[in-house]
Design a protein around this ligand. Structure first.
Ligand code: MOS
Length: 757
């Protein structure tokens, strides 16, 4: 790069799409208006196990406005959907089985949404019912050979677990449990499907336009060139919009049948049955250590639940294998099938529940050994990846601990449980209320807890097209997604900086499968995958312009050397003699061109395979516990993260605040409740499924330890999106123990668990 480095990248630029969003101009999928549009409403199974005997649509079909009704009998399977299609064939034979409550059974299409809703309520389904399997205790547990559809083994070992146990002075064994949890993105899933001849356009709420394209092609058996997927704005994805779901299939099939565009918006309640969830987990953790706190053994056996037909494992041991230097380890997965849909990825799949267990267990061990929890972690710090034995591409976890502890004031902590108290002053009646000298009303136990965070830093191949126009404008296109995290903004920054232009001159376009290909926005890989490609393509476009000037006898830069030239504000000039200058617009005009373009593709550097690539962090919390009520309030949070180079401090900080907020919800509130007789989710709404509101969230101090990682990619960026949920639940549980002396190993930590142990 030229001397423009760091002029725009790294700055806390406001979201370039912020104004469009707050003014309502940004058209999300459900906002898409198309002529002749009709509305689809999905009808679902009301039992959790059995068979469909008959679907009686006679009353629905004559209801006002109804255009058509399509049942599962006329579609490929709506439950067995290929995940990483097209490897997995889509079952097409008719399957009358009911596998779970809420299973999609068909779609009613009508002129208006209300008419479709009314007609859907008139569809009568006659079942043969069977008792469902709902709980882990009822289910048969098995050990899968591999997890994530064959990507990872079902069991990971190193060293010798028995000898590790024999060498331990202290052996600690505990079971930690986390409940079923659901994603609750602000924007529910939605599809607008439109056919023109054999060509399908899908406006879709998706984290992966290409994967949606591949998936729908596999399901409908059509070639990819006939399918265009568009997703311009997403109101959060968090994993539930990563894989193809059945509402999309139904919308596409319905639109083809009725020959009109069909809009389907998944209702908030349907979000609990239609888009996946995080399985409940039961995690058996064993930590063995010497008296001075050196880990001799770790075993982590995670049991999670899946659907009757897909093996989806919540990979709770993902971080356990690499987190601490310990030569004897076993991580193993167990699965059981219940009558529920297939779980899916949910923010930091594996790490979020897994690090709750591991980082709670480390705190328990610290108490058993009478060692400060940070000190215990430092004594077991993994200087290299203990599993692959590879060096880290970069790791600043120690700095995260140190900075976090300093900001938080950790050295002031008295480790003895129940040693810290705080009294809330009583208030005098009346208005405005005044503090009195009367005896205090509420006595709070105060607890301080901490935990580590980690998330792998991966990337995939990405391609980008850059066009420079004679008008001075620049268009950059990549088939990536902005799931609400700020892709539009940071890619604009990267392109503008490489081109030597102000960010306002750059229009970054994404979310269209017609754009050059980029990976799914999942696994926190977007920035690390796409920003190197944006940088490369923008640099190529800039160099192309400079070469044109150098070769042009009419340019003041004629026959200059490329390396002596720089660009600022669209002006191309000699570094030594800025009076010798040209500009993108002048060059294009002299050549009679409207624009030039450059297209580049990048792939992860093969050399980076010789490094273990992870982001890290440390989270510190203060809780206040009202002992009489069992109420827990998080009062303070300090999170310090190292995730390589930060491209935009503002959007990065927002990511972290979102992640910690979700971590607080995971720790204290979130739990999907299933009726154990009916197998039905009973809190499928935002009034009964609790997530934090502003009043639940304290001030957060967020810091980054910036790293200059030369191995990960040309920009030195690492994963950030999923990192900050990791460890929060453990830090809170550890703080609750410090406050109360009660160790809660079962999430969420609700008041009843403190009051009735
Ligand atoms: Mo993430 S759970 O890969 O959206």
């Amino acid at each position: 790069m030229t001397n423009m480095q760091h002029q725009i990248v790294g700055k806390p630029l406001d979201r370039v799409d912020g104004k469009l969003k707050v003014t309502g101009e940004a058209a999300y999928t459900a906002d898409v208006q198309i002529d002749n549009l009709v509305y689809g409403v999905i009808f679902q199974s009301a039992i959790a196990k059995g068979k469909v005997i008959q679907i009686d649509t006679s009353a629905a079909v004559i209801a006002p406005g109804v255009v058509d009704i399509i049942t599962y009998e006329q579609t490929p399977s709506l439950v067995k959907i290929p995940f990483f299609s097209p490897q997995q064939p889509q079952p097409t034979e008719k399957d009358d089985n009911i596998y779970y409550d809420g299973q999609h059974l068909g779609i009613v299409v009508a002129q208006t949404l209300e008419q479709a809703q009314t007609a859907a309520s008139l569809v009568k389904i006659i079942y043969e019912e069977a008792p469902p399997t709902v709980t882990m205790a009822q289910a048969e547990i098995f050990e899968p050979e591999s997890i994530f559809f064959g990507i990872m083994p079902g069991k990971i070992t190193r060293g010798d677990v028995e000898s590790g146990k024999a060498h331990a002075d202290i052996l600690m064994e505990q079971i930690y449990t986390t409940p079923m949890e659901h994603h609750n993105p602000l924007e529910p899933s939605a599809t607008v499907a439109m056919w023109e001849e054999d060509n399908l356009t899908l406006y879709e709420t998706t984290q992966g336009i290409s994967s949606t394209q591949r998936g729908i092609c596999a399901v409908l058996n059509i070639p990819p060139e006939n399918v265009r997927v568009i997703s311009k704005y997403l109101g959060g994805g968090f994993g539930c919009k990563a894989l193809l779901k059945s509402h999309t299939i139904l919308a596409a099939i319905a639109a083809r049948k009725v020959k009109r565009p069909v809009k389907v918006v998944v209702t908030r309640s349907q979000m609990y049955t239609s888009c996946g969830y995080r399985s409940q987990t039961q995690q058996h953790l064993t930590l063995g250590a010497t008296r001075n706190g050196k880990l001799t053994v770790i075993t982590h056996i995670g049991t999670s639940l899946t659907s009757p037909f897909d093996d989806f494992v919540e990979p709770v041991g993902a971080a356990t294998t690499m987190m601490y230097a310990c030569s004897n380890l076993e991580v193993k997965y167990r699965l059981a099938r219940i009558n529920a849909g297939t779980p899916t990825f949910m923010r930091a799949p594996g790490e979020a529940p897994g690090m709750f267990a591991l980082e709670s267990a480390m705190d328990e061990l610290a108490y058993l050994l009478n060692i400060d929890p940070i000190e215990l972690r430092l004594r077991n710090h993994a200087d290299i990846d203990p599993h692959t034995q590879l060096p880290w591409s970069s790791k600043s976890l120690k700095q995260c601990y140190q900075q976090g502890a300093e900001i938080f004031g950790w050295s002031q902590r008295n480790p003895v449980p129940r040693s810290m108290r705080d009294d809330e002053p009583a208030l005098k009646e009346g208005f405005p209320p005044q503090v009195t000298d009367e005896p205090q009303r509420r006595h709070f136990l105060i607890g301080w807890g901490m935990a580590s965070a980690t998330f792998p830093s991966n990337a995939g191949p990405a391609s980008v097209k850059v066009e420079i126009f004679a008008t001075g404008e620049v268009r950059v296109q990549s088939g990536t997604q902005d799931i609400g995290t700020g892709t539009y903004t940071v890619m604009t920054q990267v392109a503008a900086e490489a081109l030597g232009l102000p960010s306002q001159s750059v229009q970054f376009e994404l979310g269209d499968s017609n754009h050059p290909k980029a990976p799914i926005a999942g696994n926190s890989i977007t920035v690390a995958s796409v920003s190197p490609a944006v940088h490369k393509a923008a640099s190529a476009a800039r160099d192309k312009m400079i070469q044109m000037a150098i070769a042009d006898p009419n340019s003041p830069l004629y026959e200059s050397q490329l390396e002596n030239i720089t660009v600022e504000l669209g002006q191309i000039f000699l570094k030594q003699d800025p009076s010798k200058r040209d500009s993108y617009t002048d060059i294009l005009r002299r050549h009679g061109l409207e624009s030039i373009e450059a297209k580049e593709e990048t792939a992860p550097n093969p050399e980076s395979k010789q490094y273990a690539k992870h982001s890290f962090g440390a989270i510190f919390v203060e809780v206040a516990v009202d002992e009489l009520l069992g109420e827990i309030k998080v009062r303070r949070c300090v999170g310090v993260y190292s995730a390589g180079r930060i491209l935009n401090f503002k959007t990065a900080r927002s990511q972290v605040i979102g992640g910690i907020t979700w971590g607080i919800g995971m720790a204290l509130m979130e739990k999907t409740v299933m009726d154990t007789n009916q197998g039905r989710i009973v809190n499928a709404n935002l009034s009964d499924y609790l997530i934090p509101v502003h009043a639940d969230i304290p001030n957060m101090e967020v810091q980054f330890v910036e790293e200059h990682d030369p191995y990960v990619n040309t920009l030195g960026t690492k994963s950030l999106g999923e990192l900050p949920i990791v460890g929060v639940a453990a830090a809170i549980s550890n703080a609750v123990y410090h406050a109360t002396g009660k160790r809660i190993r079962d999430l969420p930590i609700t008041p009843d668990k403190l009051l009735y142990p």
